[in-house]
Design a protein around this ligand. Structure first.
Ligand SMILES: NC(=O)c1ccc[n+]([C@@H]2O[C@H](COP(=O)([O-])OP(=O)(O)OC[C@H]3O[C@@H](n4cnc5c(N)ncnc54)[C@H](O)[C@@H]3O)[C@@H](O)[C@H]2O)c1
Ligand SMILES: O=C/C=C/C=C(\O)C(=O)O
Length: 486
Protein backbone atom coordinates (compact mmCIF):
# COMPACT_ATOMS: atom_id res chain seq x y z
CA UNK A 1 0.00 0.00 0.00
CA UNK A 2 1.33 3.41 -1.01
CA UNK A 3 2.34 5.65 1.90
CA UNK A 4 2.00 9.39 1.46
CA UNK A 5 4.41 11.43 3.53
CA UNK A 6 4.94 15.07 4.37
CA UNK A 7 7.47 17.09 2.39
CA UNK A 8 9.53 19.13 4.84
CA UNK A 9 12.82 20.88 4.18
CA UNK A 10 13.33 19.02 0.91
CA UNK A 11 12.71 15.52 2.31
CA UNK A 12 9.75 13.16 2.48
CA UNK A 13 9.13 12.38 6.14
CA UNK A 14 6.56 10.41 8.11
CA UNK A 15 4.80 11.49 11.29
CA UNK A 16 6.57 10.93 14.60
CA UNK A 17 3.25 9.82 16.08
CA UNK A 18 2.95 7.04 13.50
CA UNK A 19 -0.64 8.18 12.84
CA UNK A 20 -1.88 7.47 9.32
CA UNK A 21 -5.29 7.78 7.64
CA UNK A 22 -6.82 6.18 4.57
CA UNK A 23 -6.88 7.82 1.15
CA UNK A 24 -10.06 6.49 -0.42
CA UNK A 25 -10.99 6.42 -4.10
CA UNK A 26 -14.31 8.20 -4.67
CA UNK A 27 -14.83 6.11 -7.80
CA UNK A 28 -14.94 2.70 -6.13
CA UNK A 29 -14.54 3.22 -2.39
CA UNK A 30 -11.25 1.35 -2.24
CA UNK A 31 -8.29 2.47 -0.15
CA UNK A 32 -5.61 3.74 -2.52
CA UNK A 33 -3.03 4.81 0.01
CA UNK A 34 -2.21 5.60 3.62
CA UNK A 35 -1.46 9.20 4.51
CA UNK A 36 0.71 10.41 7.39
CA UNK A 37 -1.19 12.78 9.64
CA UNK A 38 0.90 15.70 10.82
CA UNK A 39 0.98 16.55 14.49
CA UNK A 40 2.19 19.83 15.94
CA UNK A 41 5.76 18.53 15.63
CA UNK A 42 5.61 18.14 11.83
CA UNK A 43 3.80 21.45 11.34
CA UNK A 44 6.39 23.15 13.50
CA UNK A 45 9.24 21.52 11.55
CA UNK A 46 7.69 22.69 8.27
CA UNK A 47 7.26 26.27 9.51
CA UNK A 48 10.83 26.31 10.83
CA UNK A 49 12.12 24.98 7.49
CA UNK A 50 10.21 27.70 5.66
CA UNK A 51 11.53 30.42 7.96
CA UNK A 52 15.09 29.16 7.55
CA UNK A 53 14.75 29.00 3.75
CA UNK A 54 13.75 32.67 3.66
CA UNK A 55 17.15 33.48 5.10
CA UNK A 56 18.93 31.10 2.72
CA UNK A 57 19.61 31.30 -1.02
CA UNK A 58 15.91 31.75 -1.90
CA UNK A 59 15.77 35.05 -0.06
CA UNK A 60 18.88 36.31 -1.83
CA UNK A 61 17.89 35.40 -5.39
CA UNK A 62 17.02 37.98 -7.97
CA UNK A 63 13.50 37.97 -9.38
CA UNK A 64 14.90 36.67 -12.67
CA UNK A 65 16.60 33.74 -10.96
CA UNK A 66 13.44 32.81 -9.10
CA UNK A 67 11.41 33.15 -12.26
CA UNK A 68 13.72 30.78 -14.09
CA UNK A 69 13.34 28.17 -11.37
CA UNK A 70 9.56 28.53 -11.39
CA UNK A 71 9.53 28.03 -15.14
CA UNK A 72 11.39 24.79 -14.50
CA UNK A 73 8.68 23.82 -11.97
CA UNK A 74 6.02 24.41 -14.62
CA UNK A 75 8.00 22.43 -17.16
CA UNK A 76 8.47 19.68 -14.57
CA UNK A 77 4.69 19.38 -14.15
CA UNK A 78 4.28 19.21 -17.91
CA UNK A 79 7.06 16.63 -18.26
CA UNK A 80 5.31 14.42 -15.69
CA UNK A 81 1.81 15.25 -16.99
CA UNK A 82 0.71 11.60 -17.00
CA UNK A 83 1.70 11.06 -13.37
CA UNK A 84 -0.04 14.22 -12.21
CA UNK A 85 -3.14 13.28 -14.17
CA UNK A 86 -3.17 9.79 -12.70
CA UNK A 87 -2.69 11.10 -9.16
CA UNK A 88 -5.36 13.82 -9.47
CA UNK A 89 -7.90 11.41 -10.90
CA UNK A 90 -7.14 8.72 -8.31
CA UNK A 91 -7.78 11.23 -5.53
CA UNK A 92 -10.88 12.85 -6.98
CA UNK A 93 -12.37 10.23 -9.32
CA UNK A 94 -12.84 12.97 -11.93
CA UNK A 95 -12.68 12.07 -15.62
CA UNK A 96 -9.21 12.26 -17.12
CA UNK A 97 -10.79 14.08 -20.05
CA UNK A 98 -11.54 16.95 -17.64
CA UNK A 99 -8.35 16.99 -15.56
CA UNK A 100 -6.16 16.82 -18.65
CA UNK A 101 -7.76 20.02 -19.96
CA UNK A 102 -8.18 21.97 -16.75
CA UNK A 103 -6.41 20.83 -13.60
CA UNK A 104 -2.97 19.81 -14.79
CA UNK A 105 -2.31 22.49 -17.46
CA UNK A 106 -3.49 25.17 -15.02
CA UNK A 107 -1.16 23.72 -12.39
CA UNK A 108 1.76 24.46 -14.72
CA UNK A 109 0.40 27.82 -15.93
CA UNK A 110 0.09 29.10 -12.35
CA UNK A 111 3.89 29.04 -12.04
CA UNK A 112 4.69 30.53 -15.45
CA UNK A 113 2.20 33.38 -15.35
CA UNK A 114 3.25 34.67 -11.94
CA UNK A 115 6.96 34.23 -12.62
CA UNK A 116 6.59 36.38 -15.74
CA UNK A 117 4.39 38.91 -13.97
CA UNK A 118 6.98 39.55 -11.29
CA UNK A 119 9.61 40.24 -13.94
CA UNK A 120 7.48 42.98 -15.46
CA UNK A 121 5.71 44.68 -12.62
CA UNK A 122 6.40 48.34 -11.87
CA UNK A 123 6.26 50.05 -8.52
CA UNK A 124 4.59 53.37 -7.77
CA UNK A 125 6.52 56.60 -7.31
CA UNK A 126 5.38 60.09 -6.25
CA UNK A 127 7.36 63.29 -6.42
CA UNK A 128 6.24 65.72 -3.75
CA UNK A 129 6.77 69.38 -2.99
CA UNK A 130 8.33 70.49 0.29
CA UNK A 131 8.34 73.97 1.90
CA UNK A 132 12.07 74.45 1.21
CA UNK A 133 11.44 73.93 -2.48
CA UNK A 134 13.80 70.97 -2.79
CA UNK A 135 11.06 68.37 -2.77
CA UNK A 136 11.01 64.72 -1.92
CA UNK A 137 10.70 61.48 -3.79
CA UNK A 138 8.49 58.61 -2.63
CA UNK A 139 8.83 55.20 -4.14
CA UNK A 140 7.46 51.80 -3.28
CA UNK A 141 9.38 48.57 -3.00
CA UNK A 142 7.83 45.18 -2.50
CA UNK A 143 9.25 42.59 -0.15
CA UNK A 144 8.05 39.03 0.42
CA UNK A 145 5.55 38.68 3.23
CA UNK A 146 7.49 35.77 4.72
CA UNK A 147 6.10 32.35 5.56
CA UNK A 148 2.69 31.76 3.99
CA UNK A 149 0.27 29.06 5.15
CA UNK A 150 -1.64 27.66 2.17
CA UNK A 151 -4.80 25.69 2.97
CA UNK A 152 -6.54 24.23 -0.03
CA UNK A 153 -9.66 22.20 -0.85
CA UNK A 154 -10.29 18.96 -2.72
CA UNK A 155 -12.32 19.99 -5.74
CA UNK A 156 -9.50 21.22 -7.99
CA UNK A 157 -6.57 20.19 -5.83
CA UNK A 158 -3.51 20.98 -7.96
CA UNK A 159 -5.10 23.99 -9.68
CA UNK A 160 -6.23 25.72 -6.51
CA UNK A 161 -3.09 24.94 -4.53
CA UNK A 162 -0.68 26.15 -7.24
CA UNK A 163 -2.90 29.21 -7.80
CA UNK A 164 -1.57 30.26 -4.38
CA UNK A 165 1.88 28.66 -4.33
CA UNK A 166 2.80 30.09 -7.78
CA UNK A 167 2.44 33.77 -6.83
CA UNK A 168 3.66 33.17 -3.26
CA UNK A 169 6.96 31.77 -4.51
CA UNK A 170 7.25 34.25 -7.38
CA UNK A 171 7.10 37.01 -4.77
CA UNK A 172 9.90 35.35 -2.80
CA UNK A 173 7.92 33.81 0.06
CA UNK A 174 8.24 30.29 1.46
CA UNK A 175 5.13 28.17 1.94
CA UNK A 176 3.68 25.47 4.13
CA UNK A 177 0.85 23.80 2.25
CA UNK A 178 -1.93 21.84 3.93
CA UNK A 179 -3.81 20.15 1.09
CA UNK A 180 -7.23 18.68 1.70
CA UNK A 181 -7.18 15.34 3.48
CA UNK A 182 -9.27 14.01 0.58
CA UNK A 183 -6.63 14.81 -2.04
CA UNK A 184 -3.04 14.49 -0.81
CA UNK A 185 -1.37 13.14 -3.94
CA UNK A 186 -0.58 15.99 -6.32
CA UNK A 187 0.76 18.35 -3.63
CA UNK A 188 3.12 15.55 -2.60
CA UNK A 189 4.21 14.81 -6.15
CA UNK A 190 4.90 18.50 -6.62
CA UNK A 191 7.57 18.18 -3.92
CA UNK A 192 9.58 15.95 -6.26
CA UNK A 193 9.18 18.45 -9.09
CA UNK A 194 10.27 21.34 -6.84
CA UNK A 195 13.40 19.47 -5.87
CA UNK A 196 14.28 18.55 -9.45
CA UNK A 197 13.72 22.16 -10.53
CA UNK A 198 16.23 23.44 -7.98
CA UNK A 199 13.83 25.03 -5.51
CA UNK A 200 15.91 25.16 -2.32
CA UNK A 201 14.92 22.95 0.61
CA UNK A 202 12.30 24.52 2.88
CA UNK A 203 10.79 26.85 0.27
CA UNK A 204 7.90 24.46 -0.47
CA UNK A 205 6.66 22.28 2.38
CA UNK A 206 3.61 20.04 2.59
CA UNK A 207 1.96 18.73 5.74
CA UNK A 208 -0.95 16.32 5.56
CA UNK A 209 -3.91 15.98 7.85
CA UNK A 210 -7.42 17.15 8.64
CA UNK A 211 -8.74 20.60 9.58
CA UNK A 212 -9.88 20.97 13.19
CA UNK A 213 -7.56 19.58 15.87
CA UNK A 214 -5.18 18.42 13.16
CA UNK A 215 -2.69 19.81 10.66
CA UNK A 216 -5.01 22.61 9.48
CA UNK A 217 -5.60 24.00 12.95
CA UNK A 218 -1.97 23.49 14.00
CA UNK A 219 -0.87 25.50 10.98
CA UNK A 220 -3.32 28.35 11.53
CA UNK A 221 -2.44 28.48 15.21
CA UNK A 222 1.31 28.51 14.58
CA UNK A 223 2.68 31.89 15.68
CA UNK A 224 5.51 31.99 13.13
CA UNK A 225 3.34 32.00 9.99
CA UNK A 226 2.97 35.51 8.55
CA UNK A 227 -0.22 35.13 6.49
CA UNK A 228 -2.76 32.55 5.35
CA UNK A 229 -4.34 32.00 1.99
CA UNK A 230 -7.34 29.71 2.09
CA UNK A 231 -9.87 28.30 -0.33
CA UNK A 232 -12.79 26.36 1.09
CA UNK A 233 -16.07 26.69 2.91
CA UNK A 234 -17.22 29.97 4.38
CA UNK A 235 -17.49 28.46 7.88
CA UNK A 236 -13.90 27.21 7.72
CA UNK A 237 -12.84 30.65 6.51
CA UNK A 238 -14.35 32.17 9.66
CA UNK A 239 -12.42 29.71 11.84
CA UNK A 240 -9.16 30.47 10.04
CA UNK A 241 -9.77 34.20 10.28
CA UNK A 242 -10.23 33.87 14.03
CA UNK A 243 -6.99 31.90 14.37
CA UNK A 244 -5.12 34.40 12.20
CA UNK A 245 -6.36 37.31 14.31
CA UNK A 246 -3.92 36.24 17.00
CA UNK A 247 -0.75 38.03 16.06
CA UNK A 248 -2.66 40.14 13.48
CA UNK A 249 -1.86 37.91 10.50
CA UNK A 250 -3.39 38.70 7.12
CA UNK A 251 -5.83 36.34 5.40
CA UNK A 252 -6.90 35.87 1.81
CA UNK A 253 -10.14 33.90 1.73
CA UNK A 254 -11.77 32.35 -1.33
CA UNK A 255 -14.98 30.89 0.06
CA UNK A 256 -18.30 29.36 -0.87
CA UNK A 257 -20.92 30.58 -3.27
CA UNK A 258 -24.46 30.02 -4.49
CA UNK A 259 -23.95 31.42 -7.93
CA UNK A 260 -26.70 32.63 -10.21
CA UNK A 261 -26.98 32.18 -13.94
CA UNK A 262 -29.29 34.69 -15.63
CA UNK A 263 -30.65 33.68 -19.02
CA UNK A 264 -32.46 36.35 -21.03
CA UNK A 265 -34.91 35.54 -23.81
CA UNK A 266 -32.56 37.27 -26.27
CA UNK A 267 -29.69 34.87 -25.52
CA UNK A 268 -28.07 32.52 -27.97
CA UNK A 269 -29.83 29.44 -26.66
CA UNK A 270 -27.16 26.98 -27.79
CA UNK A 271 -24.45 28.91 -25.95
CA UNK A 272 -26.60 29.38 -22.85
CA UNK A 273 -27.44 25.69 -22.65
CA UNK A 274 -23.86 24.57 -23.23
CA UNK A 275 -22.51 27.05 -20.66
CA UNK A 276 -25.14 26.33 -18.04
CA UNK A 277 -24.64 22.59 -18.44
CA UNK A 278 -20.94 23.03 -17.77
CA UNK A 279 -21.44 25.46 -14.92
CA UNK A 280 -23.93 23.20 -13.14
CA UNK A 281 -22.42 19.79 -13.81
CA UNK A 282 -18.68 20.04 -14.59
CA UNK A 283 -16.55 18.31 -11.97
CA UNK A 284 -19.79 16.76 -10.68
CA UNK A 285 -20.93 20.24 -9.65
CA UNK A 286 -17.98 20.66 -7.31
CA UNK A 287 -16.72 23.99 -8.57
CA UNK A 288 -17.01 27.03 -6.35
CA UNK A 289 -17.90 29.13 -9.40
CA UNK A 290 -20.63 26.71 -10.48
CA UNK A 291 -24.24 27.71 -11.05
CA UNK A 292 -26.79 26.28 -8.63
CA UNK A 293 -29.49 28.92 -9.27
CA UNK A 294 -30.64 29.50 -12.83
CA UNK A 295 -33.02 32.37 -13.58
CA UNK A 296 -34.62 32.19 -17.02
CA UNK A 297 -36.80 34.86 -18.67
CA UNK A 298 -40.32 33.51 -18.87
CA UNK A 299 -40.86 33.33 -22.66
CA UNK A 300 -38.05 30.78 -23.02
CA UNK A 301 -38.45 29.08 -19.64
CA UNK A 302 -40.09 25.84 -20.82
CA UNK A 303 -37.77 25.43 -23.79
CA UNK A 304 -34.69 26.08 -21.62
CA UNK A 305 -35.75 23.57 -18.97
CA UNK A 306 -36.40 20.92 -21.61
CA UNK A 307 -33.04 21.45 -23.28
CA UNK A 308 -31.07 21.54 -20.02
CA UNK A 309 -32.82 18.30 -18.99
CA UNK A 310 -31.82 16.68 -22.28
CA UNK A 311 -28.24 17.87 -21.80
CA UNK A 312 -28.06 16.58 -18.23
CA UNK A 313 -29.44 13.22 -19.28
CA UNK A 314 -26.85 12.98 -22.05
CA UNK A 315 -23.94 13.30 -19.61
CA UNK A 316 -21.83 10.17 -19.57
CA UNK A 317 -21.22 8.96 -16.02
CA UNK A 318 -18.04 6.97 -15.63
CA UNK A 319 -14.71 6.37 -13.95
CA UNK A 320 -11.61 8.44 -14.78
CA UNK A 321 -10.19 6.08 -17.40
CA UNK A 322 -13.40 5.83 -19.38
CA UNK A 323 -12.56 7.97 -22.43
CA UNK A 324 -16.22 8.83 -22.99
CA UNK A 325 -16.98 9.80 -19.40
CA UNK A 326 -17.56 13.48 -18.67
CA UNK A 327 -19.21 13.10 -15.29
CA UNK A 328 -17.43 11.56 -12.28
CA UNK A 329 -18.37 10.84 -8.66
CA UNK A 330 -18.59 13.22 -5.71
CA UNK A 331 -15.47 13.43 -3.58
CA UNK A 332 -16.65 11.13 -0.77
CA UNK A 333 -19.56 9.27 0.73
CA UNK A 334 -19.74 11.91 3.45
CA UNK A 335 -20.19 14.61 0.82
CA UNK A 336 -22.73 12.46 -1.01
CA UNK A 337 -24.80 12.23 2.17
CA UNK A 338 -24.86 16.03 2.30
CA UNK A 339 -25.82 16.35 -1.37
CA UNK A 340 -28.52 13.66 -1.09
CA UNK A 341 -29.96 15.39 1.97
CA UNK A 342 -30.60 18.43 -0.27
CA UNK A 343 -32.09 16.16 -2.94
CA UNK A 344 -34.54 14.95 -0.27
CA UNK A 345 -35.14 18.48 1.01
CA UNK A 346 -36.08 19.59 -2.51
CA UNK A 347 -38.76 16.90 -2.68
CA UNK A 348 -39.99 17.76 0.82
CA UNK A 349 -40.21 21.42 -0.20
CA UNK A 350 -42.42 20.53 -3.17
CA UNK A 351 -39.95 20.76 -6.05
CA UNK A 352 -40.65 19.31 -9.45
CA UNK A 353 -37.73 16.97 -10.10
CA UNK A 354 -37.04 17.59 -13.77
CA UNK A 355 -34.30 14.97 -13.88
CA UNK A 356 -32.14 12.93 -11.51
CA UNK A 357 -32.67 13.23 -7.78
CA UNK A 358 -30.92 10.08 -6.67
CA UNK A 359 -28.05 7.66 -7.06
CA UNK A 360 -27.33 6.13 -10.46
CA UNK A 361 -26.98 2.43 -10.93
CA UNK A 362 -23.32 1.65 -11.53
CA UNK A 363 -21.53 -1.51 -12.63
CA UNK A 364 -20.38 -3.79 -9.78
CA UNK A 365 -16.75 -2.64 -9.78
CA UNK A 366 -17.86 0.99 -9.24
CA UNK A 367 -20.73 0.29 -6.86
CA UNK A 368 -18.67 1.43 -3.85
CA UNK A 369 -18.13 4.91 -5.34
CA UNK A 370 -19.79 8.18 -4.31
CA UNK A 371 -21.92 8.48 -7.45
CA UNK A 372 -24.92 10.75 -7.68
CA UNK A 373 -27.25 11.77 -10.49
CA UNK A 374 -27.14 15.18 -12.17
CA UNK A 375 -30.29 16.84 -10.93
CA UNK A 376 -32.53 19.72 -11.99
CA UNK A 377 -35.47 21.14 -10.08
CA UNK A 378 -38.13 23.72 -10.73
CA UNK A 379 -40.93 25.07 -8.56
CA UNK A 380 -39.12 25.78 -5.30
CA UNK A 381 -39.81 28.88 -3.20
CA UNK A 382 -37.02 31.45 -3.09
CA UNK A 383 -36.42 30.74 0.59
CA UNK A 384 -36.03 26.97 0.30
CA UNK A 385 -32.66 25.88 1.72
CA UNK A 386 -32.05 24.16 -1.62
CA UNK A 387 -32.10 27.59 -3.28
CA UNK A 388 -30.25 29.55 -0.59
CA UNK A 389 -27.49 27.20 0.63
CA UNK A 390 -24.40 25.99 -1.22
CA UNK A 391 -24.88 22.30 -2.04
CA UNK A 392 -21.64 21.80 -4.00
CA UNK A 393 -23.16 19.02 -6.04
CA UNK A 394 -24.33 18.48 -9.63
CA UNK A 395 -27.66 20.22 -9.34
CA UNK A 396 -29.48 23.42 -10.04
CA UNK A 397 -32.88 24.98 -9.53
CA UNK A 398 -34.43 26.86 -12.45
CA UNK A 399 -36.90 29.67 -11.83
CA UNK A 400 -38.61 32.03 -14.29
CA UNK A 401 -38.36 35.84 -14.13
CA UNK A 402 -40.24 38.63 -15.89
CA UNK A 403 -37.96 41.68 -15.84
CA UNK A 404 -34.32 42.66 -15.73
CA UNK A 405 -34.83 44.28 -12.32
CA UNK A 406 -36.35 41.12 -10.92
CA UNK A 407 -33.47 38.99 -12.22
CA UNK A 408 -30.89 41.29 -10.64
CA UNK A 409 -32.75 41.34 -7.35
CA UNK A 410 -32.98 37.55 -7.28
CA UNK A 411 -29.30 37.10 -8.17
CA UNK A 412 -28.29 39.52 -5.38
CA UNK A 413 -30.65 38.14 -2.76
CA UNK A 414 -28.19 35.87 -0.92
CA UNK A 415 -25.26 36.58 1.42
CA UNK A 416 -22.85 35.01 -1.08
CA UNK A 417 -21.21 36.92 -3.94
CA UNK A 418 -18.67 34.85 -5.80
CA UNK A 419 -19.60 34.54 -9.46
CA UNK A 420 -22.43 34.96 -11.92
CA UNK A 421 -23.07 34.17 -15.59
CA UNK A 422 -25.32 36.29 -17.80
CA UNK A 423 -26.62 35.04 -21.12
CA UNK A 424 -27.85 37.68 -23.57
CA UNK A 425 -27.02 38.90 -27.09
CA UNK A 426 -27.96 42.47 -26.14
CA UNK A 427 -24.65 44.19 -25.40
CA UNK A 428 -26.11 47.13 -23.48
CA UNK A 429 -28.09 44.82 -21.28
CA UNK A 430 -25.03 42.64 -20.69
CA UNK A 431 -22.98 45.58 -19.39
CA UNK A 432 -25.91 47.10 -17.48
CA UNK A 433 -26.75 43.89 -15.65
CA UNK A 434 -23.13 42.81 -15.09
CA UNK A 435 -22.44 46.14 -13.39
CA UNK A 436 -25.25 45.58 -10.90
CA UNK A 437 -24.53 42.00 -9.87
CA UNK A 438 -23.05 41.70 -6.38
CA UNK A 439 -20.25 39.25 -7.15
CA UNK A 440 -16.50 39.30 -7.59
CA UNK A 441 -16.66 37.70 -11.03
CA UNK A 442 -19.31 38.09 -13.73
CA UNK A 443 -19.19 36.21 -17.00
CA UNK A 444 -21.18 37.28 -20.03
CA UNK A 445 -21.93 34.48 -22.49
CA UNK A 446 -19.30 32.24 -20.94
CA UNK A 447 -18.32 30.50 -17.75
CA UNK A 448 -14.97 29.70 -16.08
CA UNK A 449 -13.07 31.58 -18.76
CA UNK A 450 -9.99 32.60 -16.81
CA UNK A 451 -7.28 35.11 -17.60
CA UNK A 452 -4.83 34.78 -14.72
CA UNK A 453 -3.97 38.49 -14.84
CA UNK A 454 -7.50 39.42 -13.71
CA UNK A 455 -8.80 39.91 -10.18
CA UNK A 456 -10.32 36.76 -8.70
CA UNK A 457 -12.27 36.55 -5.47
CA UNK A 458 -15.64 36.88 -3.84
CA UNK A 459 -17.70 39.64 -2.32
CA UNK A 460 -19.98 39.37 0.72
CA UNK A 461 -19.53 35.98 2.45
CA UNK A 462 -17.71 34.52 -0.55
CA UNK A 463 -14.39 35.87 0.55
CA UNK A 464 -11.95 38.58 1.45
CA UNK A 465 -9.38 40.00 -0.92
CA UNK A 466 -8.52 39.43 -4.54
CA UNK A 467 -5.82 37.28 -6.06
CA UNK A 468 -4.68 37.16 -9.67
CA UNK A 469 -2.26 39.32 -11.63
CA UNK A 470 -0.98 42.31 -9.69
CA UNK A 471 -3.71 41.76 -7.09
CA UNK A 472 -1.78 38.75 -5.85
CA UNK A 473 1.08 41.09 -5.03
CA UNK A 474 -1.14 42.94 -2.58
CA UNK A 475 -1.37 39.81 -0.52
CA UNK A 476 1.95 38.06 -1.10
CA UNK A 477 4.17 41.11 -0.59
CA UNK A 478 4.60 43.98 1.84
CA UNK A 479 4.59 47.27 -0.01
CA UNK A 480 7.04 49.60 1.65
CA UNK A 481 7.17 53.31 0.89
CA UNK A 482 10.58 54.93 0.92
CA UNK A 483 10.50 58.71 1.18
CA UNK A 484 13.71 60.53 0.23
CA UNK A 485 14.00 64.22 1.00
CA UNK A 486 15.96 65.84 -1.79
N1 LIG B 1 -14.03 30.88 -3.69
C1 LIG B 1 -13.25 30.01 -4.27
O1 LIG B 1 -12.36 30.34 -5.03
C2 LIG B 1 -13.43 28.54 -3.98
C3 LIG B 1 -12.77 27.63 -4.79
C4 LIG B 1 -12.95 26.26 -4.55
C5 LIG B 1 -13.75 25.84 -3.49
N2 LIG B 1 -14.37 26.74 -2.72
C6 LIG B 1 -15.23 26.29 -1.63
O2 LIG B 1 -14.63 25.18 -0.96
C7 LIG B 1 -15.63 24.34 -0.41
C8 LIG B 1 -15.30 22.90 -0.76
O3 LIG B 1 -14.04 22.57 -0.31
P1 LIG B 1 -13.78 21.79 1.07
O4 LIG B 1 -14.98 20.99 1.44
O5 LIG B 1 -12.46 21.14 0.97
O6 LIG B 1 -13.68 23.01 2.10
P2 LIG B 1 -13.28 22.92 3.62
O7 LIG B 1 -13.45 24.29 4.15
O8 LIG B 1 -13.98 21.81 4.31
O9 LIG B 1 -11.75 22.50 3.62
C9 LIG B 1 -10.78 23.23 2.93
C10 LIG B 1 -9.43 23.04 3.60
O10 LIG B 1 -9.47 23.58 4.91
C11 LIG B 1 -9.01 22.63 5.84
N3 LIG B 1 -9.67 22.88 7.12
C12 LIG B 1 -10.90 22.47 7.51
N4 LIG B 1 -11.15 22.90 8.78
C13 LIG B 1 -10.06 23.62 9.17
C14 LIG B 1 -9.70 24.30 10.37
N5 LIG B 1 -10.53 24.34 11.43
N6 LIG B 1 -8.52 24.91 10.43
C15 LIG B 1 -7.67 24.88 9.39
N7 LIG B 1 -7.94 24.22 8.23
C16 LIG B 1 -9.12 23.60 8.13
C17 LIG B 1 -9.37 21.31 5.21
O11 LIG B 1 -8.63 20.25 5.78
C18 LIG B 1 -9.02 21.57 3.76
O12 LIG B 1 -7.64 21.47 3.52
C19 LIG B 1 -16.91 24.85 -0.98
O13 LIG B 1 -17.56 25.63 -0.02
C20 LIG B 1 -16.48 25.72 -2.14
O14 LIG B 1 -17.37 26.71 -2.52
C21 LIG B 1 -14.22 28.08 -2.94
O1 LIG C 1 -13.73 25.76 -7.44
C1 LIG C 1 -13.34 26.88 -7.65
C2 LIG C 1 -12.59 27.25 -8.78
C3 LIG C 1 -11.73 28.26 -8.67
C4 LIG C 1 -10.90 28.63 -9.73
C5 LIG C 1 -9.81 29.39 -9.57
O2 LIG C 1 -9.39 29.81 -8.38
C6 LIG C 1 -9.00 29.78 -10.68
O3 LIG C 1 -9.35 29.51 -11.83
O4 LIG C 1 -7.97 30.39 -10.42
Amino acid sequence: MKEIKHFISGAFVGSASGKLFDNVSPANGQVIGRVHEAGRAEVDAAVRAARAALKGPWGKMTVAERAEILHRVADGITARFGEFLEAECLDTGKPKSLASHIDIPRGAANFKVFADLLKNVANEAFEMATPDGAGALNYGVRRPKGVIGVISPWNLPLLLMTWKVGPALACGNCVVVKPSEETPLTATLLGEVMQAAGVPAGVYNVVHGFGGDSAGAFLTEHPDVDAYTFTGETGTGETIMRAAAKGVRQVSLELGGKNAGIVFADCDMDKAIEGTLRSAFANCGQVCLGTERVYVERPIFDAFVARLKAGAEALKIGEPNDPEANFGPLISHKHREKVLSYYQQAVDDGATVVTGGGVPEMPAHLAGGAWVQPTIWTGLADDSAVVTEEIFGPCCHIRPFDSEEEAIELANSLPYGLASAIWTENASRAHRVAGQIEAGIVWVNSWFLRDLRTAFGGSKQSGIGREGGVHSLEFYTELKNICVKL
